[in-house]
Ligand binder design. Structure first.
Ligand code: DLZ
Length: 160
């Protein structure tokens, strides 16, 4: 169980996102949650200096499709980082495990294949309340955290 607020960070330690280009891929499944994650990520990128026209948002049907949506961004070649946002909630079957395994491995593979940051902003929770708590609720917003991670990784890459 997360014990820290996902939106709590030292803003002075975040590089400027001015001039950085971002793709955001959002899963439509559990939209009440993922829409809030997307809002958090978008607002956080703007807060740190990204230009609105440099942030491109695309939807995919479910979290399983997030890696392919991310790959479409990479193949188009016009972003510096891609944020993958989804929410997988435990059900009665093992579907949860297969989706989580697929999206996690898929995201890692993309990072290394394209030498581009693909940020894992997927909530994997036991129930809806845990997800709400992490999508703008009492534990902050994982979308904010994903955006900050994206900015930091783009800056890191530029530093080499
Ligand atoms: C099918 C399914 C189920 C049962 N649960 C979720 C979920 O909790 N979160 C989510 O993002 N997607 C879910 N999906 C849809 C799959 O991610 C995927 O879209 C379908 O299996 C089609 O490939």
């Amino acid at each position: 169980m997360a014990t820290k607020n996902l939106s709590a960070y030292d803003a002075s330690q975040v590089p400027s996102a001015a001039g950085m280009r971002f793709g955001i891929v959002v899963s439509e499944w559990n939209w009440e949650i993922t829409g809030a994650l997307a809002d958090g990520a978008f607002e956080t990128l703007l807060k740190h200096g990204a230009n609105e026209e440099d942030i491109h948002i695309k939807m995919v049907p479910g979290s399983f499709e997030l890696p392919l949506g991310g790959q479409f961004f990479a193949e188009a070649g016009q972003v510096d980082a891609v944020i993958l946002l989804g929410c997988v909630i435990q059900g009665e079957t093992r579907h949860f495990d297969f989706i989580c395994q697929g999206v996690t491995q898929g995201a890692m593979d993309l990072n290394l294949k394209y030498n581009l940051p693909f940020i894992f902003g997927v909530l994997t929770t036991d129930n809806q309340q845990q997800a709400l708590d992490r999508a703008g609720g009492k534990l902050g917003n994982k979308g904010d955290e994903a955006a900050v991670t994206a900015i930091k990784m783009v800056a890191l890459k530029k530093s080499f």
